[in-house]
Design a binder for this molecule. Structure first.
Ligand SMILES: [Zn+2]
Ligand SMILES: [Zn+2]
Length: 373
């Protein structure tokens, strides 16, 4: 079937901008590097811009402005608004409106980057094409009251061009003349925009396609350690969709989530406060519930297995697992509904129990279980 592009719906501004950025990043930047290499000043500036603009999206646009997962003093808000603009991902007001709709309507028609429309649509298609009619900005009333957010909304493109492109070119010029200016523009400007944008886009596409679902199977969101490496910790998307107001995306202490560490540090130096955390007991309960669902699905598969001896022992193990799931679940649900503050020790015991049951389930699903439980 021939590919039919709905030209009437193409957003030409976005399409031309993204095409030029892609072309310059993939062709002009390598040619520059081939001829002139990269000096320490340019490398440092590029690294600073990647971290500043990338984290302004994850820490600022996403966790602070979209989800209000903590409060921040004005220097943090100003910094993330200015460098957020430089990522060329629209103003914070627009970004947050899209993102809040994504959470409210995940996988459905009103989700702007609905993965059900395909990987390409969720990744970049939704930016290249206009939606008719354009959805109203009716879910960001709180941000409209924020003068700084409204200032950035008004000047977004100017800030992006001046601080995102002209400043690195100017600094490059001051350091090493016209060639340095070109290097600053191509490396800390264009190539950096391309890399940061693609990483953000992969959250909407890859993190709704590939990865694990330990906390919820309600929607397509998935946890991906690999993606967290490239997105300042935003790869733990399954957790994030289940507990969107938590300032952490990687909730486990060992999860690679530089954004949560940065927020924690900002709190320590008095620049952030009111960090929102989901109680550990609720997180463990979510894990147990998902594991129980998976155990039910595994049990259904086991009953169709051709090897009689294997099937019998697997079924025995699965039934025992199901019993343990039910016990743990009802014990935790009761404790949570009693709204008693749980001791650290109690939560730790549940967590340990949950981990053991989930590990047993994993063994069962991989069919490498011992014959006795
Ligand atoms: Zn998502
Ligand atoms: Zn979110």
């Amino acid at each position: 079937m021939p590919l039919r592009i709905p030209f009437a719906r193409v957003n030409w501004v976005n399409t031309v901008f993204l095409s030029v950025i892609t072309l310059l990043a993939l062709v002009a930047s390598p040619i520059y590097l081939w001829h002139h290499g990269i000096n320490w000043f340019q490398a440092g500036m590029m690294l600073f811009y990647i971290i500043a603009t990338g984290m302004s999206i994850t820490l600022g646009y996403h966790r602070l402005f979209s989800h209000l997962s903590f409060k921040a003093k004005w220097p943090v808000r100003l910094f993330t608004l200015v460098f957020g603009s430089c990522a060329f991902e629209n103003s914070a007001l627009n970004w947050c409106s899209d993102h809040r709709r994504h959470h409210k309507h995940t996988d459905h028609d009103d989700d702007p980057y609905n993965i059900s429309n395909g990987f390409f649509w969720a990744h970049i298609g939704w930016i290249l094409f206009k939606v008719n009619p354009e959805p109203p900005l009716d879910n960001v009333a709180d941000l409209r009251k924020d003068k700084m957010v409204m200032w950035q909304h008004k000047w977004d493109k100017v800030i992006a061009l001046v601080v995102g492109f002209l400043l690195p070119a100017g600094l490059g010029y001051l350091h090493s003349g016209p060639v340095g200016a070109l290097g600053g523009f191509l490396l800390a400007g264009v190539l950096r925009v391309f890399l940061v944008q693609q990483c953000t886009f992969f959250i909407n596409s890859l993190c709704h396609t590939v990865g694990r679902q330990p906390y919820s199977t309600r929607c397509s969101a998935r946890d991906s350690f690999l993606m967290s490496l490239f997105t300042f910790g935003e790869g733990y998307h399954n957790y994030h969709h289940e507990f969107q107001h938590d300032y952490r995306n990687g909730v486990k202490p060992w999860n690679f989530d530089p954004t949560k560490w940065a927020i924690w540090l900002l709190e320590k130096v008095g620049l952030a406060s009111n960090l929102r955390r989901v109680p550990s007991s609720r997180v463990v309960l979510a894990e147990i519930r998902v594991a129980r669902k998976k155990a039910e699905a595994t049990l259904a598969k086991i009953s169709n297995h051709h090897d009689h001896a294997w099937r019998e022992s697997a079924e025995r193990m699965a039934h025992e697992l199901m019993e343990r799931f039910s016990e743990s679940c009802s014990e935790m649900e009761k404790a949570l509904s009693d709204s008693v503050t749980h001791s650290k020790q109690a939560v730790e015991t549940w967590r340990k129990e949950a981990r053991e049951i989930i590990a047993d389930l994993g063994r069962l699903r991989r069919r490498r279980m011992p014959l006795t439980v």
